[in-house]
Ligand binder design. Sequence first.
Ligand code: ADP
Ligand code: ASP
Ligand code: MG
Length: 465
Amino acid sequence: MRFLMKFGGTSVADAQCIRRVVDILEQHHRAGDEIAVVVSAQRGVTDLLIEIASSLPTANDDSAIISMIQSLSKRHMTTLEGAAPDYIAETGAIIDERLKSLQNILFAVYNLRELTPRSKDYVISFGERLLAPILGAALRQRGIPSTVLDGCEAGIITTPQHGESTALHESDVRIKSRIGPLIGKEIPVIMGFIGCTKDGILTTLGRSGSDYSASILGAGIDADEIWIWTDVDGIMTCDPRVISDARVMHSLSYLEVMELSYFGAKVMHPRSIEPAMRKNILVRVKNTFNPSHPGTVIVRNGQRDHRVVKALTYIDKVAAININGAQMIGRPGVAKAIFTILADHEVNVMMISQGSSEANISLIVDEAHLSSAVEALGNLMRRGVVREVSHDHKVCAVAVVGAGMAGAPGTGGRIFTALGKAGVNVLMISQGSSEANISFVVSQDDGPRAVRILHDEFRLSEECE
Ligand code: ADP
Ligand code: ASP
Ligand code: MG
């Protein structure tokens, strides 16, 4: 079998974790499987890089840089020593050199007092750059040859949208020609999260982007299966940190996972299904810390069980925007003007609802995009296209997901009756055209309660597949 296996940040958090990852890979390698690996940064490292990079333009001094470099050095060298003791000199030199580059760019950001999207991407790619050579060395330590490549070297070509780039189809051919010859002879290790433009400028694929890298690369090498190794047994009926008795699902469809991840289920990057789906590749989510568990299988037509609702997700980092204006009534092109200007400002609109009077349009956007959205809509107000724009960030969106909802009447009634009985006030409702999701907005305080009510209403903790 040909596999693309991706290991997330918790799976490579220290030397012991890396040895566990190598155990898994060695077992498959010795059994004759062909494997390419995608690896993330160590848990928490990308967050630290984002934090320091964002703080430097306004920092009073540069002392944080050296202490950050020292702590990254200590952490990665300790991991290297425990995971690949024979490669301390060779791989340690690579780590040192990368830390020097990182230090230089951080000083440049501080001195210029400017962090451009391009330099930010460069900085935040260092989590993967520091970790991947350690996994490569750990494989060689076990006698398995391994070349380490960044996403660009592996063939991932992207749009130039820094921080949220999308892979271009031409990546496929490049990946095939670059990874194809290695696979089988060795286990190539590819840094997740990173791509580059046609001109070779480094880009990143968005937070949790290593899942997306895995899917792009899995499609590129025509993998039989893509395995996403993480720290839970599979995709669960809800975020286990919100619902303690959430259950691992055996199987889901591509569509269901897309709906879940789009609405914030942190298990997968929202765009990570598309490349696998394009080539009909089975995706499996598995637990590095419990490898004998079968995990969750994601295929085109997930196993249909009699349950119409399969999973819930909620995302609290959203904001609601209300656009009012009598001018909108019966006037064609207003909605177009709104969505065009939002797109021009790169605002991601997650939900839309328009009252039948047409005098009001409500939107849900990513909280990080709120200020751009307000600025964009302010332009429309000044041009007299809309009259009033207000916003509220103390809201959260809940999505109820299940492919079986399509053509099964009554699910919406059941959802809103259960919420109404419990006194949860619903601020906005939307149903995607796929009919695999019904999403709604409640106040932030009501979010976890709404999810709990629906998890119980649809008996999601109970096994029935
Ligand atoms: P990795 O570092 O392996 O990419 P992440 O932290 O990105 O791991 O994602 C795994 C985490 O996602 C789990 O530990 C879990 O807490 C959280 N999570 C949120 N929603 C779900 C869900 N529906 N199913 C499983 N895990 C979820
Ligand atoms: N390291 C990146 C992040 O933390 C990518 C990933 O982990 O998938 O977002
Ligand atoms: Mg992740």
